[in-house]
Design a protein around this ligand. Structure first.
Ligand code: ZN
Length: 136
């Protein structure tokens, strides 16, 4: 894996949390994007070399809504950048990790993504992400 690409934070309201993170990081939110398949709206911040993603559920039955019901707002996942997501998924599956989606899917911010089950990673929800290049 190349680096931590971003960290994901579950929030109840983007409208309320965006100004807080703009103030915290001292940088404007550079992008908001809905990801229909995940039932989330996302907001992105760039703090130096690091990215922060806020996630708000668009559906009371969505994964972020359920997460907040159970654990409250807060750190939701750590995303690692990979160069070849399919190769990395195969490697991790062979190593015994449980993939939450068997095929890479389209995530926010022009990425192919795959999540690993937190039961296999000591409680951390891990996202793999690979930049989608032109023509893919
Ligand atoms: Zn993410």
């Amino acid at each position: 894996m190349n680096k931590i690409e971003h960290i994901g934070i579950a929030v109840r309201s983007l409208q309320e949390s965006i100004p807080v993170f703009e103030s915290l990081l001292n940088t404007p939110c550079y992008k908001t994007e809905a990801v229909e398949s995940e039932k989330v709206s996302t907001a992105f911040f760039q703090a130096g070399p690091n990215k922060v993603e806020l996630l708000e559920s668009t559906d009371p039955e969505g994964v972020i809504a359920k997460f907040i019901d159970k654990k409250g707002e807060g750190l939701h996942h750590v995303a690692f950048e990979v160069s070849d997501i399919r190769a990395e998924m195969a490697r991790l599956q062979t190593a015994g990790f449980v993939l939450l989606n068997p095929e890479p899917k389209r995530g926010a911010d022009n990425k192919l993504v795959c999540f690993l089950h937190p039961k296999g990673t000591h409680g951390v929800l891990v996202e793999l992400c690979q930049e989608i290049k032109e023509g893919e």
